[in-house]
Design a binder for this molecule. Structure first.
Ligand code: AHR
Length: 657
């Protein structure tokens, strides 16, 4: 009898364990909750890590205008000898032979003997990346003072062999742009450019430039195609630019001034990059801003990739991590005027001063600017007072332009709370919060906006990234743990889309050899580029945002981290689809029964999965596809299916309604 009872008990236990039910996730596609803004998932561009010069801006020559503080930086005299600048009598920096007053330094070439070999060599940004079969536009501004001199321009590979050249005649006694085209016969990431002066005589030369012809949209002097493509693939709702701390400057003189970045290229005044020597562990003394990527080009980029522009302007307060140099309130007018004029530059008619300049630069139609940011990551009373001055002037003249304010560098604590209080009174349309914190913080903060005061301003999560080792730590990695933690956090941003109107990861770009700050969304070298695991998280969100959130529950509760499970769901009214986002932050596979009310009796959905069981894994330039999304299908019968969430995984499901 005892035996029979225990056998029955064993059968019951076994049967019971087999029959153990999956936990259930319920989604109701018939109950739209709140609108997801088209701007929800965007990007934040700052010229840090050689993101602009040496990166997105495709110029291959560094210090093309000899305006770096040390004018010969990046240049060598040819032929080379023991003494670096052996040709002091033949190659001289003149600081008044100006092409224009903002670009005063030029090289004077004095060649008294036709048989002498004299030239200049530039090795670009840690070498020049050249591709076989591609054409490169060489140009330089020249002025022939006497005699007969021509240019022989050569691209040489890392073995010092010529892999392309052109001859360029110099004929004009006035400043003229001389041009030539070189076709490369080899691919090499570490090329140099030689410019030899042939003949006898004297000339002045400036703005020595080499661009690939194969730029984004084939624009002359344009942007690097592979990098813009990675941005376009994100389908970002907006681009915030040009920074970041670069807007503020270490001092006010070094702040970003948009007016100096528009108009003719040769008239754009060079400025030191504030990340030049910011970090002792990653010094970059050769980091300057040429502004070849200036405000016109930023607006054009936004238009190209269908993103709303969000320019950020100096509020008269230099970086508070640096000098904190402050403009007195009574002297703030020129700063405010810059903001007013920028709106005119972007949107103004052709009869306005700045609208006319936009047209002259090739874009008569307005850029449709709808928002503007006052100050970057500023804090304290000094900031609030200055914000108020801007706000009054901007609201009075351009009531339809949305205003974005900051809250400082942190997302908690006294400084942050003071900003929250001030902004509740000052009422910007959007308030920019920054989160640089541990993966744990991101996992724990998926509920950050669940109980947020709905009457307050809207949130712009303007800079965020999980830090594997700590903020500004050079060992930070763009690994799976950080990316999956961000995916978990973002379920909370999307679930609260009535409060959170915009979000962007930071920083965007980094050169693999020349970065100052890590982690970053996209890494590149002189020839190639790749998306990090974090990039794919952003892409999966931005490409699958939906138009309205819908309820998603596990045992009647939101999916906010219980059992390491996170989730958000939406419908896309344009494509008539249900979109489900699920994140498993644990090292165990979790299976769920998924029930969706409001889809066809039989439905096939698409599943995009990003996962790796090793949460320390990350993509690299030599192995860029270690962790990338994969696609599969999922079948629904009467609205039901099962879903398996692998360790450290993020899944997006799209099902036709
Ligand atoms: O993204 C790098 C820097 O981090 C930004 O310039 C600044 O806004 C933040 O402190």
């Amino acid at each position: 009898m005892i035996k029979i009872t225990s056998i029955l008990l064993m059968i019951a236990v076994c049967f019971g364990s087999h029959a153990q039910k999956n936990s259930k996730i319920d989604i109701d596609a018939t109950k739209p909750l709140v609108t997801i803004q088209p701007t929800m998932y965007g990007i934040f561009f700052e010229d840090i890590n050689f993101a602009a010069d040496g990166g997105l801006y495709a110029e291959l020559i560094k210090n093309r205008s000899f305006e770096f503080e040390y004018p010969w930086m990046a240049w060598k005299h040819l032929p080379q000898s023991e003494t670096r600048f052996n040709l002091v009598n033949e190659l001289t920096i003149y600081n008044n032979a100006r092409l224009n007053p903002k670009n005063p330094k030029v090289v004077r070439v004095d060649k008294r003997n036709a048989n002498q070999e004299i030239g200049l060599q530039n090795d670009g940004f840690d070498g020049i990346g050249i591709k076989k079969g591609e054409k490169y536009d060489f140009s330089a501004w020249t002025k022939l003072n006497k005699g007969n001199l021509n240019l022989l321009v050569e691209i040489i590979n890392s073995k010092n062999q010529v892999i392309g050249s052109t001859n360029v005649a110099v004929t004009n006694a006035n400043w003229t742009k001389t041009e030539g085209v070189i076709t490369a016969t080899e691919t090499d990431a570490n090329c140099k450019v030689n410019v030899y002066f042939k003949g006898e005589g004297q000339l002045d030369i400036d703005m020595i430039s080499l661009f690939p012809q194969d730029t984004w949209k084939g624009r002359k002097g344009g942007l690097r195609k592979d990098l813009v493509q990675l941005l376009a693939d994100l389908k970002p709702g907006f681009v915030r630019f040009p920074g970041g701390c670069i807007v503020e400057g270490r001092t006010l003189a070094e702040r970003y001034q948009w007016k100096k970045t528009v108009g003719k290229l040769e008239n754009r005044e060079l400025l030191i990059n504030r990340w030049n020597m910011e970090f002792k562990h990653r010094p970059a003394p050769d980091y300057y801003q040429t502004f070849g990527l200036g405000f016109f080009e930023y607006f054009q980029l936004c238009e190209d990739i269908g993103a709303s522009p969000l320019p950020i302007l100096s509020c008269g307060l230099a970086c508070q991590f640096n000098s904190s140099e402050t403009t007195a309130l009574e002297d703030l007018d020129p700063f405010v005027q810059d903001a007013l004029d920028l709106i005119e530059f972007a949107n103004g008619g052709l009869d306005t001063k700045w609208g006319a300049l936009r047209a002259e630069m090739g874009h008569p139609a307005p850029f449709n600017l709808k928002m503007i940011g006052v100050g970057n990551e500023q804090w304290g009373q000094e900031y609030f007072e200055r914000y108020e001055v801007f706000s009054k002037a901007l609201r009075a003249k351009f009531p339809d332009i949305k205003l974005v304010s900051g809250t400082g560098p942190g997302s908690k604590g006294e400084m942050f709370e003071a900003a929250e209080k001030a902004m509740t009174t000052l009422k910007p349309d959007l308030v920019d919060e920054h989160y640089y914190d541990s993966p744990q913080w991101f996992r724990e903060n998926a509920t950050r906006y669940d109980n947020y005061d709905r009457q307050r301003y809207k949130i712009f999560a303007g800079e965020y990234a999980a830090q594997s080792n700590g903020v500004t730590n050079p060992d930070n990695k763009n690994n799976v743990e950080c990316a999956i933690a961000e995916a978990a956090f973002m379920t909370g941003l999307e679930r609260n889309a009535d409060v959170v109107h915009m979000t962007s990861y930071a920083p965007l770009f980094a050169h693999v050899n020349r970065w100052q700050w890590t982690p970053d969304l996209i890494w590149f070298d002189n020839l190639t580029s790749f998306g990090t695991v974090n990039y794919y998280v952003q892409k999966m969100y931005a490409n699958n945002a939906g138009t309205n959130t819908i309820p998603i529950k596990n045992n009647g509760e939101n999916l906010t981290g219980k059992n390491n499970l996170y989730g958000a769901a939406s419908i896309d009214e344009n494509t008539n689809e249900v979109i489900v986002k699920l994140v498993n932050t644990s090292s165990e596979t979790q299976n769920f029964d998924l029930s969706i009310n409001g889809i066809a009796k039989k439905a096939v959905g698409k599943v995009i999965t990003l996962k790796d069981k090793d949460q320390k894994m990350f993509n690299t330039i030599s192995d860029p596809n270690k962790v990338i999304p994969t696609e599969s299908n999922v079948n629904f019968e009467k609205g039901l299916s099962t879903i398996s969430l692998e360790p450290f995984s993020f899944k997006v499901l799209r099902i036709k309604k």
